[in-house]
Design a protein around this ligand. Structure first.
Ligand SMILES: [Fe+2]
Length: 268
């Protein structure tokens, strides 16, 4: 049983507009809810928020930027972050109660996970125990930064066999994917949904990641955009990235990547 969770276009007109228009058609009209599908605000379970104060500052900061739904995605990674879906569900419930007891407007809070594509991830997929988004099927996966895992297509196929749909976190941060500038997913099998890390637009991960993010935005490859926040100190950069996104790629694209795109991924 799945772990129950309560919670190639042409450059014409506005950049990437042809592919973006097709995506808008697929996802329907804008949901008017602004989503963040990837960030680390659960306290003490990974390299994200260290205290409830930090966590509170991040989620209220997101609310002030217009976010209305936030899916926190703690790491599950062999050796580094040995969290389990079940343990995270317990931590999440307590954390949400603690935040709700505080002052300040909050976005709606939900839980997912950032599964590193490793042996544990494949075991959880086989057992249908991956911690999915609230739709119960979409799972966020991250790759190493410098390499690709061996037998990547096979691993993706095994996850699909478990009944899951892949969502790939920040492809612009993987060196090998960056080398395929004209196609971030040149592999057999179905293409995952691609999640842009907005902070890449402000150089948070270096010039190469920034260039790849801009190229893939130009080409209309991204399905949604996230913050991958770990600290409240990153909020000003996120604000700048949102302005850059709208200035360079237009309001419609911003709405697609923050509203309709994530809604199509995370909602049942
Ligand atoms: Fe991440």
């Amino acid at each position: 049983m799945p772990v129950p969770n309560p919670t190639g276009a042409r450059r014409t007109g506005p950049r990437g507009s042809t592919r973006a228009a097709r995506q808008a058609e697929r996802y329907g009209t804008s949901s008017t809810t602004v989503y963040d599908l990837h960030l680390h605000v659960l306290v003490g379970v990974d390299d994200g928020a260290r205290t409830l104060d930090e966590s509170h500052a991040m989620v209220t900061g997101l609310a002030a930027l217009g976010y209305r739904k936030v899916v926190t995605t703690p790491h599950i990674r062999d050796g580094l972050f040995p969290n389990s879906p079940e343990s995270l569900l317990g931590v999440f419930a307590e954390w949400r109660d603690a935040l709700l007891a505080r002052e300040g407007a909050l976005p709606e809070l939900a839980l997912g996970a950032e599964h590193h594509l490793d042996a544990t991830c494949l075991e959880l997929a086989n057992a249908k125990r991956l911690l999915a988004y609230p739709d119960g099927r979409s799972v966020l996966v991250e790759l190493p930064y410098e390499t690709l895992p061996p037998r990547l297509s096979d691993a993706c196929f095994r996850i699909a066999l478990g009944g899951y749909k892949l969502v790939l976190a920040h492809p612009e941060r993987n060196r090998v994917l960056r080398e395929n500038r004209n196609d971030p997913w040149p592999f057999a099998g179905s293409k995952p949904k691609l999640l842009l890390d907005l902070l890449a637009l402000e150089g948070e991960y270096g010039a190469e990641a920034e260039r790849a993010a801009c190229d893939w935005l130009d080409l209309g490859y991204y399905d949604a955009a996230c913050s991958d926040l770990h600290r409240p100190s990153q909020l000003p950069k996120l604000k700048a990235a949102l302005e850059t996104l709208e200035r360079r790629w237009g309001r419609e694209r911003r709405e697609l990547l923050l509203e309709a795109g994530p809604s199509g991924i995370a909602n049942p």
